[in-house]
Design a protein around this ligand. Structure first.
Ligand code: NAP
Length: 268
């Protein structure tokens, strides 16, 4: 049995994961975090009697219950402290929360290695997003210029999305930017060219009517390739990947980004 503490267990993504954990026979939810529902049994909040774990108002309180894996699914402003607290208590960590920076992950990596624990951070747990990343990496090996666009609903607080951040970081490892016109030579407001992440331009759209999508546009003279992923409105696509991360994170030491760190993508 893998004992899990789930921070954000009552949220849109966390509650779907909690309900799925209730139906596994190798993962057990031993503690949950949500400020609104602190003091209640998670099963009462989610109407799932198999979930007997108590809900705590903070990760520190929840971590008083020993766990093997801490799952972070709250908000960017609390995620970093929660992850560091879990590592200090000796738990491995799965990070679903988006919005952490490369600098945050560098600090977390230092603590994780000191503790000999694994941190698996996935901006998106959906298998189709892992494929987007892989296909984009293949394209980037052949096409030297691209930009990323991330689309989301108007109340998504973090920008760019975790998916876009992870994509930018991965593609930057394939090659360094080669813009035709350097950004500081832009005529007009520099901001309209988007933010520079890991050397590449990323643009975030936040409007009602969107769910979550990520797009990479690769441009070459007189031709272009667009690779795009669209999520539906439920949190179901993230469940299987999150369960896989929970089952595999103890095989890692330090920070690993992306589900493909533990997924065999070789064709059979
Ligand atoms: N990696 C992926 O595949 C994936 C998929 C979906 C979402 N996400 C990311 O996961 C995060 C959560 O998204 P969501 O849509 O599920 O958000 P949500 O519905 O707002 O849920 C947030 C959860 O975190 C808890 N929470 C928030 N702030 C807290 C705090 N300061 N202390 C303790 N608990 C706190 C909330 O409970 P209380 O308000 O009661 O405290 C709630 O249970 C976001 O960063 C989102 O971008 C990632």
């Amino acid at each position: 049995m893998i004992a899990v503490c789930l921070a954000g267990a009552t949220g849109w993504a966390g509650s779907e994961l909690a309900r799925a954990i209730a139906h596994t026979d190798d993962v057990e939810l031993v503690a949950a975090v949500s400020r609104t529902h602190a003091g209640r049994a998670l099963g009462d909040v989610l109407h799932e009697p198999r979930l007997t774990a108590s809900v705590h108002g903070s990760a520190d309180e929840a971590l008083a219950t020993a766990c093997d894996v801490f799952v972070e699914y709250t908000k960017p402003d609390t995620a970093r402290a929660n992850i560091l607290a879990a590592l200090e208590r000796g738990a491995h960590v799965v990070v679903g929360t988006s919005g952490l920076t490369d600098a945050d992950f560098a600090d977390i990596d230092t603590v994780a290695r000191k503790q000999g624990r694994g941190v698996l951070a996935c901006g998106n747990f959906a298998l189709t997003v892992v494929l987007l990343q892989k296909f984009a990496e293949a394209a980037a090996r052949l096409i030297p210029q691209w930009e990323i666009i991330d689309y989301a609903h108007d109340d998504k607080i973090d920008a760019p999305s975790g998916t876009a951040r992870e994509l930018a970081a991965r593609l930057a490892k394939v090659r360094a930017p080669q813009p035709t016109i350097r950004l500081d030579k832009t005529v007009g407001p520099r901001e309209v060219r988007g933010a520079t992440l890991a050397g590449w331009q990323v643009h975030s759209i936040r409007l009602p009517g969107y769910v979550i999508s990520a797009e990479v546009i690769f441009g070459m003279p007189d031709q272009k390739l667009t690779i795009r992923h669209d999520s539906g409105s439920s949190a179901r696509p993230y469940v299987d990947g999150a369960l896989l991360a929970i089952r595999k994170v103890s095989t890692l030491v330090g920070v690993h980004r992306g589900l493909d760190s533990v997924l065999d993508l070789q064709a059979p």
